[in-house]
Design a protein around this ligand. Structure first.
Ligand SMILES: Cc1cc2nc3c(=O)[nH]c(=O)nc-3n(C[C@H](O)[C@H](O)[C@H](O)COP(=O)(O)OP(=O)(O)OC[C@H]3O[C@@H](n4cnc5c(N)ncnc54)[C@H](O)[C@@H]3O)c2cc1C
Length: 414
């Protein structure tokens, strides 16, 4: 009698788990069924990497783990067992998708198509794995088996992989069902919130951000809460109609408290992150001395795009000032706007727009060597459902693949 394996959720984690079960078993001894609520699996997967699918990141595993915040040590064994090179080999040798490396060690398929990635996975699974769509699981009970009640009927599995995703981008199907099922099995769910999300500016600051909408800069981005800096990153960010976005802002969004009192939380932008205030002041004085007939906005456009320089000068009351008329007080105001530009925030980032979910099934209740539940024998939890979120750059799909591999190995007794 074959072992019946149920996979709840045909997203990245569930599909990768099915792939590894097929690959490692060679089809022998197991009967794998994926239940997916949508008419087609992998809807979120098709959106990844702006439709190009940033599969993984080729940093050494010892560095890669730092991209998973508090969960870095937890996920390390999984990354060591199935790391970026294994992921690339799987894509190239099993799925037939050649890969390429781009900036910051990011790996993409040569075809630049997340839809083709999803389709290649489905084609790989089509021989040997049952994938049932339009099958939203409503309830799971553990009796002599895992009794799964879905829209289209009841299933019985010996072992179950819970991979229904988190709560982010719910239009793709991940509406938090994982948490309901996990709690039903007695698991603790760490409260969820947005990670890798754009940030909405308050009414005062949105005038500034919308005026610069579409302009990208390299900046230091710090989150302040009650006058205390709670996190900072340096990298590319983008001004937008609604506020701020781009990699550095999205990465820091997970640190913004979910409960914001008016005026208590803001983002400070440092538009000259390579210098401290004193160094920037010295540089400013040098430029002023060397170019007395230049407008100050012109001098600042050596540091930031001209539109940002113009905005900074207006805010500092120096829009029409020439360098030769610049006073110490003018310089102080420019330094404030260039290095301490405050963007007020009234709302926590929206989970609907977040790329991933922070929080989820507590890692204390998951075995990091197998991703098996410590509460329920035969149950595994992987993907966004658990309390792991990575930075952007291929980290989140790599997490799904590494976890899926360990689960498949454990189920098959390797
Ligand atoms: C716009 C965007 C771009 C991204 N780009 C990248 C990138 O380039 N690289 C990267 O590494 N990561 C990226 N991510 C993150 C990555 O997509 C996720 O981390 C990953 O998809 C999580 O996989 P998952 O299987 O846990 O969840 P999901 O992919 O959300 O899959 C969960 C699946 O479960 C199904 N489901 C839910 N409830 C039920 C139920 N009750 N019954 C049956 N099925 C159910 C859902 O329909 C869904 O198909 C991106 C995310 C977004 C939103």
């Amino acid at each position: 009698m074959k072992k019946r394996i149920g996979i709840i959720g045909g997203g990245a984690a569930g599909l990768f788990a099915a792939c590894q079960l097929k690959r490692l078993s060679g089809g022998a001894g197991i009967d794998v069924t994926v239940l997916e609520r949508n008419p087609v699996p992998g809807m979120k997967l098709t959106l990844t990497g702006h439709g190009r699918c940033n599969i993984t990141n080729r940093k050494p595993v010892s560095m890669l783990k730092n991209g998973y915040h508090e969960a870095g040590n937890f996920i390390y064994p999984a990354l060591k067992e199935f790391g970026p090179d294994d992921a690339i080999a799987f894509f190239e040798n099993e799925l037939g998708l050649k890969t390429k490396e781009e900036d910051n060690n990011r790996i993409f398929p040569v075809c630049d198509s997340a839809v083709k990635v999803r389709d290649a996975i489905l084609s790989y699974l089509s021989d040997g794995i049952t994938v049932i769509c339009d099958s939203r699981v409503q309830d799971i009970k553990k009796t002599s088996c895992f009794e799964v009640s879905a829209q289209d009927g009841t299933y019985c599995f010996d072992q179950l992989i819970l991979s229904c995703g988190g709560s982010s981008f719910p239009k793709t199907g991940s509406t938090g069902d994982s948490y309901r099922f996990a709690e039903g099995f007695g698991h603790t769910v760490i409260p969820v919130r947005a990670a890798l999300a754009p940030v909405k500016a308050d009414a005062v600051s949105s005038g500034l951000t919308s005026g610069l909408s579409g302009v990208s800069v390299i900046a230091g981005v710090s989150v302040y809460c009650q006058d205390r800096k709670i996190a900072s990153r340096t990298g590319e960010m983008l001004f937008a109609e609604f506020g701020l976005t781009g990699p550095a802002v999205m990465e820091i969004s997970r640190e913004i408290p979910s409960d914001i009192q008016k005026g208590s939380v803001w983002i400070e932008l440092d538009l000259v992150p390579s210098m401290n205030d004193e160094q920037f002041d010295v540089e400013l004085q040098r430029l002023i001395n060397e170019h007395p007939d230049s407008k100050i906005a012109t001098l600042l456009s050596g540091f930031v795009p001209a539109s940002v320089a113009g905005e900074v000068c207006s805010r500092a009351g120096a829009a029409d000032l020439y360098a030769q008329n610049f006073t110490k007080d003018n310089r102080r105001k420019i330094i404030k706007e260039m290095k301490h530009l405050r963007i007020g925030i009234e709302q926590a980032p929206s989970i609907d727009k977040a790329y991933v979910t922070r929080g989820g099934v507590s890692l204390k209740e998951i075995d990091r060597k197998t991703y098996a539940s410590r509460r329920v024998p035969g149950l595994y939890v992987i993907g966004e459902a658990i309390d792991i979120d990575g930075i952007s750059g291929g980290y989140n799909l790599q997490a799904c693949m590494s976890e899926a591999y360990l689960v498949a190995k454990d189920i098959l007794g390797f």
